[in-house]
Design a protein around this ligand. Structure first.
Ligand code: F6P
Length: 735
């Protein structure tokens, strides 16, 4: 049916074109044919006149009337003309052939259906008269009609033949196309990954198909594990069933609990870190050991002889193993290579990466220190190691060298840039080789996976199977997949209802009860778009002066990496801009910007989220951004508006937020004004939908999908090992 429809698409225009062509051509052809026939008649008459000239002159001179008639009659028969006549110079009809038409006279006027040609008769320069040769023209019309009919038949035949040919080509083309496509997609999915394997006509389609299949695969995986089912218990039983309770080791730079020496003794602080927000609940569910840099001033005094401390302090569920770094190591590895090099390299925030050999050396050394710690903490030869983030790009290979059977899963918490951007790193090959020591490598979005695969393709000798999303390097396989990170959905009822939260916060900030409040919660980092956020607020107040004194932004900015120049100048800029906006829009009620450069604990943050009318997430580039999800999770009243940068991973999931381009200050200002005016019904509708998504796609699902994939890869690896060992034994027996 489909090929037939396809051919109709071709046949209709063809019929139209041929019809139009025939319509124009047929009258032209008619006229041309008539002209040809008449010219033919004239030529014949001229020839006859020339051949009759001499005998007629002689016979006229002899006045031999019978001779002339006999000659004319003979010629009429021979030359197949209708009549011949001779007229004298006085215009009198003197001689003519038998059956001469009565209507024909010497004036040469031909009756209808006749064509008469006149030819002068002369002798020695003396004009004797003229010859008239008459021929019938009726046959011309008949022949022209016949000719037209033939032509019409030819057009018709052409149409039929071309249509049939077109339909045939369309049918076989369609069949062939479908067949190749089916082979490509169903029977030989691997062909999609090998550029040369696809037929040439499919090559432009291959990458689209590949992306589509990948998306479908993802969707399928998601559906297989009903999102509602992802709870800490489910994760625990997954570890038990799928990974046989194998040991889980987490490695990250940032530790989940920091012990600080406070004025009144040791205090425990939770860092402002999306990584910690996501991984900590997973560790609570799985137990195991978390290896991290001990950065707190009281960290050393709180660990045991093996540098371990059980956490969470109030209800220990897993072990925190601290690794100590010297000031030089921290400067080179953390501040230098990780945060002045890789961080700006992976974020498009227009800050130039800085690469120093001394930093790189520390990065290599510290990665080795942590890798050794992993090996030391491993109870067996094949633990499950969960490596976190860009601080440890080299560690997976280092662990793999010492524990070849380990299942190493790494999650890259920040974006992965395109190959050109990544290519400016002087140690790009080493970093990529390190990452390909992983069994499984996860990114937030399919786009980051694609960038990574393209980067590997550009800079390393590897074999990439795009449909399976694997990279084979040095005989080892790394699976690359997107796992959008999330948060743990709060499982306890909030201690305070939203109305009380609103009242309390406004009271503590000395704001009127109905004062509208927007909230920003970020590390003080240039990727977070804090300056752009303040500018949008300034613009909104410029445009809507009636909001001055009725609205404020509470900006919580957790100090971060503050020994770096870029971070210091950002803080100075934020403070200066805050001051200038507060002066410009000074009013007796409240300053437009309430800036708090401080760490705020989880409980306090939840309080802020619940008390705010609007939450502003304006990152210039962000892998995911969990503040957006935390805000949504905190709003059990289903109110509040989220303004979300289009450059966050979260924007791919939270479509009901007001999505903005943070660089477009006007747009940010408009979105903020709209959010502040948004009717409750609309807020509720948006919030309800986002809440159900965040609740279902929680962090247990994030970890669960990774662990499920890891379990599958682990099984595959074990089967492969068994096969190898059998074939080795068989070889030994044979020899
Ligand atoms: O975004 C990457 C990340 O590692 C996050 O997971 C975390 O929020 C942040 O950086 C923490 O940065 P730092 O550990 O340098 O304070």
């Amino acid at each position: 049916m489909r090929p037939f429809q396809l051919s109709l698409r071709f046949i209709f225009p063809l019929a139209f074109v041929l019809g139009a062509f025939a319509l124009v051509m047929l009258p032209l052809v008619d006229e041309l044919a008539q002209r040809w026939f008449l010219r033919d008649l004239d030529t014949r008459s001229q020839l006859l006149a020339r051949s009759l000239h001499e005998p007629v002159v002689d016979l006229v001179a002899l006045q031999d009337a019978q001779g002339v008639r006999a000659l004319f009659d003979r010629s009429v028969n021979d030359a197949n003309v209708n009549a011949i006549a001779f007229c004298d110079t006085a215009g009198r009809l003197v001689y003519h052939s038998s059956g001469y038409p009565s209507g024909l006279n010497c004036q040469g006027r031909a009756p209808a259906g006749m064509r008469v040609m006149e030819s002068p008769l002369e002798q020695d320069g003396l004009v004797l008269g003229k010859l008239l040769i008459a021929q019938e023209t009726g046959f011309i019309q008949r022949r022209t009609d016949e000719f037209r009919n033939y032509l019409f038949a030819i057009f018709l035949l052409m149409f039929v033949v071309i249509s049939a040919l077109g339909a045939w080509i369309a049918y076989w083309g369609w069949q062939g196309w479908m067949q190749s496509l089916k082979t490509l997609v169903r029977r030989d999915p691997g062909a999609l990954g090998t550029p040369g394997a696809a037929p040439p006509e499919f090559r432009p389609l291959v990458s689209d198909l590949r992306a589509l299949l990948h998306e479908m695969n993802l969707e399928r995986r998601t559906q297989q594990h009903s999102p509602q089912a992802w709870t800490p218990d489910k994760l625990r039983s997954l570890l038990h069933d799928e990974l046989a309770g194998d040991q889980v080791l987490v490695v990250s730079n940032r530790e989940p609990y920091i012990h600080e020496q406070g004025e009144h003794g040791i205090v425990v602080r939770r860092p402002a870190s999306g990584l910690v927000t996501a991984v900590e609940p997973v560790m609570r569910a799985c137990s195991g050991t978390w290896i991290a840099h001990g950065s707190g001033s009281a960290d050393r005094v709180t660990v045991d002889a093996h540098d371990r401390v059980p956490v969470p302090p109030k209800r220990p569920a897993y072990t925190l193993r601290r690794v100590w770094l010297s000031a030089d190591e921290e400067r080179g590895y953390y501040y230098g290579f990780a945060n002045e090099g890789l961080w700006p390299l992976c974020h498009m925030a227009h800050v130039r990466p800085v690469f120093r050999t001394s930093d790189w050396d520390q990065y290599v050394a510290v990665n080795q220190r942590f890798a050794d710690a992993v090996v030391a903490e491993a109870h067996g030869e094949d633990p499950v190691v969960l490596v976190q983030d860009y601080h440890f790009a080299l560690l997976p290979r280092m662990v793999r060298e010492q524990l070849p059977k380990a299942t190493i899963i790494m999650f890259w918490h920040i974006p992965w840039p395109n190959p050109e951007s990544f290519g400016i790193c002087p140690w790009r090959e080493e970093l990529l080789a390190g990452l390909l020591g992983n069994t499984l490598l996860g990114f937030h979005t399919p786009f980051h996976c694609k960038n990574f695969l393209e980067t590997v393709d550009r800079y390393l000798e590897t074999r990439i199977e795009h449909d399976a999303s694997t990279v084979s390097y040095g005989g080892e396989l790394t699976q690359v997949e997107p796992y959008p990170i999330s948060i743990a959905w709060p499982d306890t009822d909030a201690p305070l209802d939203v109305v009380r939260c609103r009242q309390q916060l406004r009271q503590s900030l000395q704001l009127p009860p109905l004062h509208q409040l927007a909230l920003g919660v970020d590390r003080l980092d240039y990727t977070k778009g804090i300056v752009e956020r303040l500018q949008a607020i300034e613009r909104m107040l410029d445009l809507h002066p009636e909001m001055v004194g009725r609205f404020s932004l509470l900006q919580v900015a957790a100090p971060s990496r503050s020994s770096l120049d870029e971070y210091q100048s950002l803080e100075a800029r934020v403070r200066k801009l805050t001051l200038s906006i507060n002066q410009k829009h000074a009013n007796p009620v409240a300053p437009p910007i309430l800036l708090r450069v401080e760490h705020v604990d989880e409980e306090q943050l939840a309080h802020y989220y619940r008390a705010a009318d609007v939450c502003l997430v304006t990152s210039l580039h962000d892998g995911m951004n969990l503040v957006a999800k935390e805000f949504i999770a905190a709003r059990d009243d289903e109110l509040g508006v989220l303004i979300l940068s289009q450059f966050t991973g979260a924007a791919r999931e939270l479509h009901e937020a007001l999505i903005i381009n943070p660089y477009h200050i006007e747009q940010g200002a408009q979105a903020l004004f709209r959010a502040l005016q948004m009717p409750e019904a609309e807020q509720r509708e948006r919030m309800r939908s986002m809440r159900s998504r965040v609740r279902d796609f929680n962090v247990y699902r994030w970890a669960g999908l990774m662990l499920l994939d890891a379990a599958r890869l682990r099984r595959r690896q074990r089967v492969t090992e068994k096969i190898h060992s059998h074939s080795r034994q068989a070889l030994r027996r044979a020899s």
